[in-house]
Design a protein around this ligand. Structure first.
Ligand SMILES: Cc1cc2nc3c(=O)[nH]c(=O)nc-3n(C[C@H](O)[C@H](O)[C@H](O)COP(=O)(O)OP(=O)(O)OC[C@H]3O[C@@H](n4cnc5c(N)ncnc54)[C@H](O)[C@@H]3O)c2cc1C
Length: 380
């Protein structure tokens, strides 16, 4: 067993770290405040190959492995989790979904632009009445021969306003239950497709989250992904990989908060000494570091499983469950170590604490991860 990173992995990590420090850190507080994220930064992430990290170079991707993806996600998330969720959704839900299950025509038409960051994608599963219970899809797609007619509402859609390509899950045959669900490629601008206002959120405020409306949208049959009835499996398979990305995001938020807390504790003095010399603070740092390293092991294990071609449903669920818990708990501790300064924006840890919460909710809540893990454990 070798825990060390390769030279190439270290270079990729350093490139992401450098980009996060030089390009994402300036303006991160203002972007959070104003709920914006400039397209220029998305373009730069595309240029660095961050929008199609694992995609085959023949489709415009970087051809890297999942370990590289995790390293990039961690570094971006230390500074700006709004940037990293855009990267995560585009990479592991949209690009992966198209590369693994799309037709050659779909890959040529959509993936090549998404993998370079020329276009960006969204993954549309959740609905007002179908969140954790994703089988209760109310959105319908009625087969009309050479096309489908799509009707319904999707909510909480990341990249909802800025995307060009939307992978939409819909019910095509209610009698067949989850086997009557399909996934479709919908383009921005298709007639009857409307984007609602941006949500005003607690965290990842730079990431745009929207409700989408589909009113008699005509979707060509060639835009269906996979065989008829494959949509639910498609969603579950892509989300399984997506969870590795969100686990890495959580790891980044936790390690970003920890690094800030460690630095602060070596500078801030109270009772005549740096606060890291008080055992209560030193022990917090010990717990933070240990838990973050434990989360890292689970995240790397899940990435490794995916790279090895192993089943990663369990390992990705465990990584997300644990890393998101660590992100939430340790970002609270980072605020505590900063005292009053932790409560104001310029010290960054309050934002990381707000950003941490979403990692326990999206791409399957922590409760849903426990359902996945417990099923796996009981099945053996
Ligand atoms: C900022 C943001 C971005 C998002 N981005 C996307 C996106 O890009 N695409 C997309 O499709 N969705 C997205 N989502 C939606 C997200 O995946 C859902 O919010 C999440 O799956 C939970 O669904 P829900 O909100 O309907 O909660 P519910 O399903 O109503 O759950 C409410 C509570 O009940 C618990 N619960 C539900 N069922 C069970 C059960 N069987 N056992 C135990 N506990 C249970 C849940 O864990 C939770 O605590 C996003 C959400 C947010 C907030």
């Amino acid at each position: 067993m070798d825990f060390s990173l390769t030279e190439e992995h270290l270079m990729i990590r350093d490139a992401a770290r450098d980009f996060a420090q030089t390009e994402l850190l300036p303006g991160v507080i203002e972007r959070d405040d104003k709920q914006t994220f400039p397209q220029e930064l998305v373009r730069k992430m595309g240029e660095l190959g961050f929008m199609g990290i694992m995609v085959d170079p023949k489709y415009g991707g970087s051809g890297m492995d999942t370990i590289s993806y995790v390293l990039i996600m961690e570094e971006l998330s230390k500074i700006d989790a709004s940037a990293s969720v855009m990267v995560s959704v585009n990479n592991s839900l949209v690009c992966y979904g198209l590369e693994a299950y799309g037709t050659e025509e779909q890959k040529q038409k959509y993936l090549t632009k998404l993998a370079t960051g020329e276009q960006i994608g969204a993954f549309c599963l959740s609905e007002p009445e179908a969140g954790s219970d994703a089988t209760s899809q109310a959105t319908t797609a009625i087969d009309k021969g050479d096309h489908y007619i799509l009707n319904g509402t999707k909510n909480w859609i990341t990249n909802g306003g800025r995307s060009d390509v939307y992978l939409v899950i819909a019910q095509t045959d209610r009698e067949k239950g989850h086997r009557g669900i399909n996934a479709f490629i919908v383009e921005k601008g298709m007639e009857g497709f409307d984007i609602g206002p941006k949500e005003d959120k607690l965290g990842i405020r730079g990431s745009d989250t929207h409700t989408l409306q589909f009113n008699d949208v005509k979707v060509p049959k060639e835009n269906r992904i996979g065989e008829d009835g494959f949509g639910f499996k498609f969603a579950m398979k892509t989300l399984s990989g997506g969870r590795i990305g969100i686990a890495a995001q959580a790891l980044g938020i936790a390690s970003g908060a920890y690094e800030l807390a460690l630095k602060y504790s070596k500078e801030r003095k109270a009772f005549g000494t740096e606060i890291c010399n008080h055992q209560a603070i030193a022990f917090k740092l010990a717990d933070m570091y240990t838990e973050i390293e434990a989360a890292r092991m689970l995240v790397m294990r899940a990435a490794w499983d995916k790279d090895q071609g192993n089943n990663y449903d369990m390992s990705s669920a465990m990584a997300k469950l644990y890393a998101s818990k660590v992100a939430m708990e340790q970002s609270v501790e980072a605020v505590q170590i900063h005292g009053g300064n932790g409560f104001v924006k310029e010290y960054h840890v309050e934002r990381l604490m707000r950003d941490a919460k979403i990692t326990q909710i999206y791409e399957g809540t922590s409760e849903i991860q426990k359902i996945v893990i417990s099923r796996g454990v009981i099945k053996g």
